[in-house]
Design a protein around this ligand. Sequence first.
Ligand SMILES: Nc1ncnc2c1ncn2[C@@H]1O[C@H](COP(=O)(O)OP(=O)(O)OP(=O)(O)O)[C@@H](O)[C@H]1O
Length: 317
Amino acid sequence: MTVQRHAIATGEGTGGRSAIRLRGVVKRFGDFTAVDGLDLEVAAGSCLGLLGPNGAGKSTTMKLLTAQARPDEGSIEVLGFSVPRESKRARAAMGVVPQQDNLDEELTARENLEVFAHLYRVPRARRRQAVDDALELAHLTARQRTKVDDLSGGMRRRLLIARGLVHRPALVLLDEPTVGLDPQVRAELWGLIDGLRTAGTTVLMSTHYIEEAERLADDCALMSHGRVVARGGPSKLIEEHAGQLVVEHYGPPVRLEEVERLAHAAGLTTRRTGPSVSVLKAETIPPSLDEELGPDGVRRAANLEDVFVVLTGERVE
Ligand SMILES: Nc1ncnc2c1ncn2[C@@H]1O[C@H](COP(=O)(O)OP(=O)(O)OP(=O)(O)O)[C@@H](O)[C@H]1O
């Protein structure tokens, strides 16, 4: 059993084994069901983007994996450990990067990492090297003696990620890793997360930024109302739900309603974006309808945002 668990934890020779497996998981808060019969598997060594609008149940799912919340129904396995029963061992083997920055502001960057290396029981003889490695990974070596309070927002977020990686976990959970950051800092963090993926670490990343999932995830699970409503690589999801092309029509409300009526009558799916209506799978529009819709449509490639909006009925930022 130990050998098997080690194999899962390291991702070596797992032959596609799951690092995470949720079956029929339900989590209720009073009368409200936040996670509603969730089935989710994450293959060892892959990066799964957990996408969904606010309130879809992403954070609750993360909390169930770390045993900060207990399921009402279903089973959860993380790195071969049953959670919450074996959550201590599962927690020791995974890295968790929370949405909220909870770094110790009084300590330096290095000291923050040292505290966690100790908590994660990195052997004393290896601790210094582990901290050095984490600092380097987050490009913070030059700032290691700086108090957290004096670090920029982007540096703090990189330190938060480094802290979750100091014990070299086989699996890292990133809860909305770039929420609220400016585009430049976001791009920096994407480089860091991409490096983890390349190194073979299993990554489960919740996000509501479509571009983040498109760039980083091998595989996406789209959550809505506590369930996975679509699963697959970004390009597969786009092809399946939005096709190749989207045609956008702009105009006053009456015109938009007309486009919707014509498209729906032909069995096509549309989405509203402020002053426009987009018709999905535009490559399947028959010539007669194309003529009826008129020449004012702007064609563009379908994207994951189209899939998100169509399947969740929500706008994206
Ligand atoms: N402790 C709690 N008590 C009551 N309701 C809760 C609790 N935690 C979460 N919820 C509710 O469960 C639903 C799912 O919340 P969750 O935070 O998992 O969503 P999310 O997909 O992560 O969204 P966000 O991006 O806003 O964090 C929300 O409607 C939320 O209000």
